[in-house]
Design a protein around this ligand. Structure first.
Ligand code: TPP
Length: 279
């Protein structure tokens, strides 16, 4: 999205205004995204965007409001209905990760019931819940797009097409929170006694440090550190920047390795270790 908004700002002189909300996506406030202009309380992303729409120059300024699915059910529905009623020009990005991730992965009304059966809390499993997408579809919106989180080219195309559209545009980014999915799959794997391939992503020493992976992807597993490198036999040292993928943060069993596609020079490698062969 940052790539698209930077481009539209440069080519068409549009200023994008970003309404933030409370959830993991509040981190979009920080480098490298820096895409949040306010964070007040749950629901205030769409809520304040409603008010902003009354005072901005709608030709040159465009509103984008972010919200997570849990926050949406808590206090995002009302400002959305207000935006629909008044046909306000704004794009709402809903992160449908199926959980209330930031506060510790509590379930919400649209968390798939089969995900929470491991918790063993019978009353909650038996509660009916609802389908998030069916709920949104019932609003008969003119522009509702549902997409996954891992296809960057597709996301770029959707943002390019949508962010300057008039009226209420909703883009739902639908993929389960990677941390919870990893935990859930681990539990299931342990029960079934199955062994999976181990996957690692690494950055080659030939990396030219163009910064595309850090600036454009912002994946928390990709880091840069200063290391001492020997420059000749008499152990003279010089400082050098090294880019690396932190194994503890990388989630290769969930993420399809989008960093590999982001690197313009093919310096990110995927290695697969088959547990059968390892034994
Ligand atoms: C009134 C209020 N109640 C509870 C909280 C605690 N809280 C912080 S973020 C959050 C919800 C996060 O869930 P979601 O919006 O789905 O985003 P995620 O963290 O899953 O990305 C909650 C309940 C709060 N900030 N304000």
């Amino acid at each position: 999205m940052r790539k698209v908004t930077d481009h539209l700002a440069k080519e068409l002189g549009i200023e994008f205004i970003y309404g933030g909300d409370i959830g993991c996506y509040t981190l979009a406030e920080a480098y490298p995204y820096e895409m949040i202009d306010w964070v007040i309380c749950m629901g205030a992303g769409i809520g304040i965007a409603n008010g902003m729409s009354q005072i901005i120059d709608s030709k040159k300024q465009k509103l984008i409001a972010f919200i997570g699915d849990s926050t949406f059910f808590h206090s995002g529905i009302q400002p959305l209905l207000n935006a629909i009623k008044n046909n306000i020009n704004m794009t709402i990005i809903i992160f449908n990760n199926d959980w209330t991730a930031m506060t510790g992965h509590q379930e919400h009304v649209a968390t798939p019931r089969e995900y929470i059966k491991h918790f063993g809390i019978k009353s909650r499993i038996d509660s009916k819940g609802l389908s998030f997408i069916t709920f949104l579809e019932s609003l008969y919106l003119n522009n509702l797009i549902v997409t996954g989180a891992y296809n960057l080219d597709k996301l770029e195309r959707i943002f390019s097409r949508t962010l300057t559209n008039d009226g209420v545009n909703i883009i739902v980014i639908k993929d389960e929170c990677a941390l919870e999915k990893k935990r859930r799959l681990k539990l299931e794997t342990r029960k079934s006694n199955m062994k999976y391939n181990e996957i690692y992503y690494t950055i080659s020493d030939s990396c030219i440090k163009c910064n595309e992976c850090i600036e454009r992807l912002g994946c928390p597993a990709i880091n840069a550190e200063t290391i001492n490198v020997k420059i000749n036999d008499i152990s003279e040292l010089k400082k050098e920047l090294r880019y690396y993928i932190d194994e503890a943060r990388c989630i290769p069993d969930i993420c399809p390795g989008i960093c590999k596609n982001v690197c313009p020079n093919n310096f990110i490698r995927k290695t697969i270790i088959n547990p059968q062969l390892k034994d």
